[in-house]
Design a protein around this ligand. Structure first.
Ligand code: NAG
Ligand code: NAG
Ligand code: NAG
Ligand code: NAG
Ligand code: NAG
Ligand code: NAG
Ligand code: NAG
Length: 914
């Protein structure tokens, strides 16, 4: 009440005073700028709503705001009807938040396994939406709160997707996300929380929701505005009501942290200190002038709290030194978005009064934003605040989830400035929605108590008060990892046929029938030769995964979980497969697996690093593949397309891996599930064949050229001959590899349901196009004009020969390796020929030190299976997890598997059935 009356008298004064000169500002800001010695006039939000989610009583927070209950109140969310009877519940955290965290709104939460929506009536206009999260364990909802993955939408805007508050908090206890959206006339704000459909038993939760009206066009620009300078694009960005913003950073440069309760502008914005983001400071100084009377002649006085404008960071007065460095801050931001950057300035030091006193350059993300920043010129005088807005794009760079956006200041050349210095008072950085999307991937998990030496994550000092720094640290720790999505597991099941008996034994397969516990002594790690591969203690594995913390889970299968882990003191990332501790069976198979896999070593096969076998635990540790699956770089992806030469090199690598399986070892090993999701790429883009879950040992003597088996494989890749005759030869892998070659060339899935029927199967369609001479039409558009014609000819001939109906007519993997190498030579000489003519259309060069050169074609491994003697190995496919939601899936078909097979084939006939 008091605020309102103060404000209206104030308005009257100003109307008389400023009617003519300030008409423009009145229109633009719908609020009155303040001049003279007046204190900051707060903005008076029309809406100032705080909802204490899950609470049944209204409660006051420490800063004396009243948080309204959502249990049986005005704000009770609407629930999506769901057939599983899992309705949303209000819950109280089992442990009250620690003393550093407010009980309101964090103590209570609204949680649900199904979608729920807060539909909040609001006036039209731009609003701050702040979401408060306290990721902890809530009774009845998954002990360690790690199934909380969900999306949040505000009207049409996706604010968060597959969001984990725990990962985003990066070690902090609570998390606040702040967004800005515009509510159109007559609309409600519908805030919808949806548990991630991809994760079983996922649930959504929220502790508090705050909605505060924003002054009109505080950040947004009116339609009449020319737009904001878009750095690097030499254009203007119009930031209108059709965008949503997410506040990423708000920093009081050179000053102290300002909590929401101390923000006298009336918008409850919080400001952080800048020192955690400062990367190059030299002896910068922190001038303060708290006695100055600010003059808001350019801006509404609520633009930022006074404290932001009366504190600053400058470079200091050592001219020599200043000329040799950039005063630099760096802020980690999500790749692939545009950012709105607002820089606040105010000259408050007595000696800076005239134009030319302190002139400096400003660089944003290494781009020049200003060559002659002169705050006095911009503002009109000492003590007059001003801000400047910029938009800068942070594109996708490699596979970095986040990159740093740097802000750097440097004095202008001597002749332009009296003092070689620069100043900054405040920084705000917002992520701009890509049409309706603001969501970015979760940060990688951070190890809380890393084993051994400190991993990179813990070497960074951590300010517990600073929630955002947690995220920063988390990201630094995960910097080497470019994508969590891209992961593999090595699933494998072996069946040992004792002479006569052919009873399958499986140690993790859910298909496993009976276990003939033949001499299944609990085989300890010590019983295995230590030279086979590394032995890990359980303590090491626990350290590597934060005691199997569920946030480290990257995959789940019938056998147990796969975790991402850090070994060697956090220096090495690995994939850790933990077999279900309940499964007591299979110690023998576990041993066999280790013995066999540890000897199957090849540059182009994903390798086993080690194992742990401690009591009931059976754990396998594999290489971590930084670039994930090949498919993830071909289609349905946000990754940039791979250049042709690199694709050829990947083909060659994968072909060598398969060639080794087929002929490098004593026994022929048939992979049986060759596909682009089973070809993984390490950090140097070396292709590695993975997932021998289906593979089996081929014929051991020449009298029998095939093995009869259950037909297994993946849709779209399956050798028709194998399917017809149920006889497996290594040529089935060759057929599948032919499909892979087509996928690489055409960048489309082996089975596509969105195209005409005749085109649905890539193999059939490519063959038809090849016959008609129209294959060029279906080549990946990105590759057009970039493949040397001779190379293309060789490559397509090879792919077609792999797809021949009769296995016997198909080339061997050895021939394929040779042909691909030849194709690569043709490409290289084709490019040589092209280069002098301007080089246009040639893709970027592959790294000179390409790991694909100087390989060893075959390892000397005639003795691979010696340690397992004459056992004939057979394997079945456990339905292990797959991160891809691809068009094909591994299946099993056999008379005795009728039921399963029927189900599988009904999916073919009825693609919608899934
Ligand atoms: C916001 O609402 C609270 C009551 O919850 C009130 O005390 C406060 O004055 C309001 N703030 C503004 C800026 O209107
Ligand atoms: C849902 O609840 C109703 C009544 O409580 C019960 O009859 C029904 O079986 C439940 N459905 C499921 C799927 O649990
Ligand atoms: C919000 O939800 C309500 C209730 O479900 C619905 O009637 C309304 O149309 C929705 N409004 C918007 C803008 O989506
Ligand atoms: C600021 O204004 C107050 C009151 O209007 C006045 O007493 C004070 O001297 C002014 N300070 C400066 C530095 O001008
Ligand atoms: C300025 O910095 C330079 C280089 O760091 C140093 O050599 C010089 O003594 C400093 N000058 C003054 C006046 O402090
Ligand atoms: C800016 O340049 C630095 C140093 O050259 C580099 O590390 C950083 O990645 C660049 N940042 C951007 C956004 O390009
Ligand atoms: C300051 O940053 C700009 C842009 O990144 C760069 O071009 C310049 O070389 C830097 N200057 C110094 C002294 O580091």
């Amino acid at each position: 009440m008091e605020n309102t009356s103060k404000r209206s008298t104030f308005c009257l004064q100003n109307l008389l005073f400023l009617l003519l000169p300030c008409l423009f500002f009145l229109i633009q800001y719908l609020a009155v700028p303040v001049t003279g010695d007046s204190p900051v006039t707060p903005y008076n939000p029309i809406e100032n709503i705080t909802i204490d989610c899950g609470s049944s009583t209204d409660a006051e927070s420490l800063d004396n705001r009243l948080w309204i209950r959502d249990g049986n109140g005005k704000f009770t969310p609407i629930e999506q009807q769901n057939n599983n009877n899992k309705s949303s519940v209000s819950l109280t955290a089992p442990q009250p938040p620690t003393s550093s965290v407010d009980r309101v709104p964090y103590y209570t939460a609204r949680l649900s396994y199904s979608e729920f929506t807060y539909s909040i009536p609001l006036t039209a206009g731009q609003k701050f939406i702040r979401l408060y999260f306290y990721p902890t364990s809530y009774p009845g909802f998954d002990d360690s709160s790690n199934k909380a993955f969900f999306s949040v939408k505000a009207g049409p805007f996706t604010l968060l997707r597959n969001f984990s508050a725990l990962l985003h908090a990066g070690g902090e206890v609570t998390l606040i996300k702040e967004f800005c959206v515009n509510i159109a006339d007559g609309q409600r704000l519908n805030l919808t929380f949806t548990p991630s459909p991809d994760i079983s038993d996922s649930y959504a939760f929220i502790n508090g929701i705050e909605i505060v009206s924003m002054p009109t066009n505080l950040y947004y620009k009116p339609a009449s505005d020319d737009g904001i300078f878009f750095l690097g694009q030499e254009s203007l960005y119009s930031l209108g009501n059709n965008s949503a913003l997410e506040k990423i950073y708000r920093v009081n440069v050179g000053g102290t942290q300002i909590p929401p309760g101390r923000d006298e502008t009336g918008m409850f914005r919080s400001w952080l200190q800048d020192k955690d983001y400062l990367t190059i400071a030299k002896p910068s100084v922190l001038p303060v002038n708290s006695s100055i009377n600010l003059t808001f002649s350019n801006l509404p006085s609520f633009s930022a709290p006074k404290e932001v404008y009366v504190t600053a960071r400058t470079m200091g007065r050592n001219k020599t030194e200043n000329e040799n460095y950039n005063l630099t801050w760096e802020f980690l931001v999500d790749s692939g978005f545009n950012y709105f950057v607002r820089l606040h300035f105010c000259e408050f030091q007595g000696e800076i009064t005239k134009q030319g006193d302190r002139v400096f350059e400003i660089f944003l993300a290494n781009l020049t934003a200003e060559t002659q920043a002169d705050v006095i010129v911009w503002s009109g005088g000492n003590g007059v605040p001003v801000y400047r807005d910029y938009v800068v794009a942070i594109g996708k760079k490699g596979y970095l989830k986040q990159q740093s956006l740097s802000i750097a200041l440097h004095p202008s050349p001597e002749w332009r400035t009296l003092y070689s210095d620069a100043i900054m008072n405040g920084i705000e950085i917002f992520k701009l929605s890509n049409s309706f999307d603001l969501a970015a991937p979760n940060p990688d998990p951070v190890l809380k108590n890393p084993p051994g030496n400190s991993p990179p994550s813990s070497t960074k000092p951590k300010n517990t008060k600073n929630k955002i720094l947690g995220i920063v640290v988390g990201v630094i720790a995960g910097f080497v990892v470019f994508s969590l999505l891209c992961f593999f597991i090595f699933r494998r099941k072996m069946t040992v046929k004792d002479s006569g008996s052919s009873q399958g034994i499986s140690w993790w397969s859910q298909f496993s029938s009976t276990t003939k516990s033949n001499k299944s002594t609990k085989s300890r790690g010590s019983s295995l030769p230590s030279d086979l591969c590394r032995y890990f203690s359980l303590a090491e594995i626990k350290g590597a995964t934060n005691n199997f913390d569920n946030v480290f889970i990257i995959g789940v299968g019938g056998f147990g979980n796969v975790y991402k882990g850090f070994i060697d003191g956090g220096a090495t990332q690995v994939a850790i497969k933990r077999l279900n501790p309940e499964s007591q069976q299979g110690a023998h198979e576990f041993k066999t697996e280790i013995e066999m896999l540890s000897q199957l070593r090849h540059l182009h096969l994903v390798s086993l690093i080690g194992y742990c076998n401690d009591g009931v635990e059976m754990i396998l540790v594999y290489d971590f593949m930084a670039h994930g699956t090949l498919r993830d770089h071909l289609y349905n992806t946000e990754n940039p397309p791979l250049p042709w030469k690199q694709r050829l090199e990947i083909c060659i690598g994968a072909a060598r891996g398969l060639h080794y399986l087929h002929s490098g070892a004593k026994y022929t090993i048939i992979h049986r599930d060759v596909k682009t999701t089973n070809i993984l790429l390490d950090e140097k883009w070396v292709a590695k064949v993975s997932d021998f879950g289906l593979s089996r040992v081929g014929p051991t003597n020449m009298s029998k050229a095939h093995v009869s088996t259950v037909v297994k494989g993946s849709f779209g890749y399956l050798d028709p001959e194998y399917y017809r005759r149920q006889q497996l030869t290594e040529k089935s892998d060759v057929y599948s590899f032919g499909v892979v070659l087509c996928e690489i060339l055409c960048a489309r899935p082996p089975i596509s349901r969105t195209v005409e029927k005749e085109q649905a199967s890539l193999a059939a369609w490519a063959q038809q196009c090849h016959r008609n001479g129209t294959l060029y039409k279906i080549i990946d558009p990105f590759l057009r004009g970039k493949i040397a014609p001779e190379c293309l000819k060789k490559f397509t001939e090879l792919a077609m020969s792999c797809l021949l109906d009769e296995g016997i007519e198909r080339p061997s993997m050895g021939d394929i390796v040779w042909s691909l190498e030849f194709a690569l030579q043709l490409q290289e000489s084709g490019e040589e020929g092209l280069k002098p003519n301007g080089g246009a259309g040639i893709e970027e060069d592959i790294d000179e030190e390409s790991p694909f050169k100087n390989y060893e074609l075959e390892d000397d491994s005639g003795e691979v299976f010696s340690s397992i003697g004459d056992h004939v190995m057979n394997s079945k496919s456990p339905s292990a997890f797959s991160l891809t939601t691809s068009d094909e899936q591994s299946f099993v078909s056999k008379d005795s598997d009728r039921l399963l097979s029927k189900a599988v084939f009904s999916e073919i006939r009825n693609p919608q059935g899934r």
